[in-house]
Write a protein that binds this ligand. Structure first.
Ligand SMILES: Cc1cc2nc3c(=O)[nH]c(=O)nc-3n(C[C@H](O)[C@H](O)[C@H](O)COP(=O)(O)OP(=O)(O)OC[C@H]3O[C@@H](n4cnc5c(N)ncnc54)[C@H](O)[C@@H]3O)c2cc1C
Length: 221
């Protein structure tokens, strides 16, 4: 049964990361969740979209990394909110459980853009790091959380629309050949649909079982 106990959460931060991305921080108000969970955020005209929680399960606040979509119904409205206002949200939901429910098996994270959020939540909740993390962004400035990830596990960044000196210039899927391939490993892919599908096909073509490939699509295309 779906739990329809929506709650209003006070906004305690709307922090611009760059001209497209921002971090929205809400009072947690006792909400329990598991890394990988999303909530739907509502506008004042009852439009809603799901957003993945980026903060750790033990943090005092709930945070989200949001890409403001030009002409969008919900993300520009969220970007324009002021401190002290409230946002209505659903209880957490989700099936994507990075690094969880797999016993001692090794695991790998692969993200594009704001698809890094569930992995940041995992990182701030659990001790065991992934064996590898691949992170694809358009511009280096979009790589929110990259330094924290890099200091925690082997992390490679792919930047598609710039050519930064020390990172791969191109798509994150160019880096798949650098991943350790192992039939026990679980692979968690999150972000753009085309990346998630391409990674899934690539892994399956190399004999990785479907049950070891976990997907969460944020954006179609
Ligand atoms: C499970 C889940 C979790 C999600 N978590 C996050 C999250 O943590 N952070 C986050 O930023 N988003 C996340 N999303 C996406 C989010 O739910 C919205 O779809 C997004 O914010 C756009 O909503 P909007 O109302 O602003 O734009 P909409 O009104 O839905 O669309 C605005 C315009 O953008 C276009 N558009 C749609 N996708 C793209 C694209 N990839 N590139 C260019 N244009 C596009 C549409 O065609 C439309 O013209 C998640 C989605 C899902 C399904």
């Amino acid at each position: 049964m779906i739990n329809l106990d929506y709650t209003n959460h006070r906004i305690i931060g709307v922090q611009r990361i760059n001209n497209e991305l921002f971090e929205l921080t809400l009072e947690r108000s006792g909400m329990e969740f598991t890394p990988g969970d999303c909530v739907a955020l509502y506008t004042d005209t009852d439009k809603s979209r799901p957003y993945s929680i980026a903060s750790g399960a033990n943090a005092d606040t709930l945070s989200f990394i949001i890409r403001e979509m030009e002409g969008g119904e919900v993300s520009p409205w969220l970007a324009a909110r002021q401190l002290g206002e409230t946002v209505r949200i659903t209880p957490p939901f989700g099936w994507f459980r990075p690094g969880q429910d797999i016993g001692d098996a090794p695991f790998t994270f692969i993200a594009t853009g704001t698809g890094i959020s569930p992995f940041l939540s995992y990182r701030d909740t659990f001790e065991k790091p992934p064996e590898h993390c691949l992170y694809g962004v358009r511009r280096k400035a979009d790589a929110f959380g990259f330094d924290r990830l890099q200091n925690w596990c082997p992390t490679q960044l792919a930047v598609s629309r710039e050519n930064p000196a020390s990172q791969h210039h191109g798509r994150v899927t160019d880096l798949l050949d650098t991943l350790p391939l192992d039939h026990d490993t679980h692979y968690y892919c999150c972000g753009l649909e085309s990346m998630v599908n391409e990674v899934g096909d690539w892994l399956q073509n190399r004999g990785i079982q479907l049950m070891n490939i976990h997907r969460e699509v944020f954006f179609h295309g």
